[in-house]
Design a binder for this molecule. Sequence first.
Ligand code: KG4
Ligand code: ZN
Length: 377
Amino acid sequence: MLFGLNNHVGLLNTMTDIITMLGIESSCDDTAAAVVQRINGKAHILSSIVVGQEILHQAYGGVVPEIAARAHAEQLDIAVENAISQSGVKLKHVDAIAVTSGPGLIGGVVSGVMCAKGLSAGLNKPLIGVNHLVGHALTPRMTNSVPYPYLMLLVSGGHCQFLAVFSATEFKRIGGTIDDAPGEAFDKTAKLLGLGYPGGPLVEEKSKEGDPTRFNFPRPLLDRPDCNMSFSGLKTALRRARDLLVKEKGGISYQDQKDLCASFQMAVADTLAEKTNRAIEVFKEMTDSKYFAVAGGVAANSVIKQKLETISQKHNFTLFSPPLKYCTDNAAMIAWAGIERYSAGLIDDMTLAARPRWPIDQKAEPMLGSGKKGAKA
Ligand code: KG4
Ligand code: ZN
């Protein structure tokens, strides 16, 4: 079944420039559904439901794919129902259904795609598969109406890459992590120090009273001129420092814990800042745009955000950081990316497949790394 823009209610809405999209996201540990409307180019987020699974994964210090997939299958219908009822829009009046069809944990992605296919078939509405990373990358357009082109840093528990964003379908990867994503490193650090999960906010909190200069952790790959990054060595350095303290003193004090957190956080922030500096230089060679946007859970970190702000100012760039609830995984960003695809006539059919790996820049060389959410590339 292939839908065109001309054979349903979308025609009317296209003429008045109103598009209403249901978005579904289930690629990691959040089950999310949202309704977003674009009216004369501007986004209106009518509802955004996110059902987290933190409590289910807490004991393991990370996301367990099987547990995540089962929880998505149980929660998706409820999330969609809530998103629709909160939006005030009737399900029959949405123009199309957008769903994350990759990359991510395959069980969760399959659950979302099956749910969207069911709705699409039952309602006779177009189905739009969205790349999760594209969802993150287009978020600044939804929240801040940032025009193309712009430079983007995606930095979360599963992703870390610099992208030049030219349109909803054209992305050039300028660099990325070759191993762990920074959020993953924050989570592992928290686990090593017995702080809990998710680690980022806990490590940031501890860092506030810690000395960031006490431990001289590595700033990996800064000796290389490119925009690639590596964060797995940092985690190993932290473990060594912790083990040394345990050996010398028989354990680590609360102050040691805070100093370890602060030193680790500063190493991540310094690395991201210096690589951002280089990514901006590369981006300047491509375009005259002076827009830089950041998204992903790690963008919540105030020390990191401050450093990115300083680098942006140095280059006379404007930094956009969407509100945290749209920086982290959510379905509004998927609905918005769906709107951009729909208005470009990019619609899928029932052959839409769930993809565990799906690089955003198809022409770029694959990155070496692979993390808890699949390919970083
Ligand atoms: O974007 P997100 O919600 O999900 C992924 O796509 O991964 O990001 C979650 C990640 C987690 O690894 C979490 O520890 C990290 O973002 N994070 C932070 C902070 N808040 C969340 N990392 C550093 N500082 C924070 N304040
Ligand atoms: Zn994400």
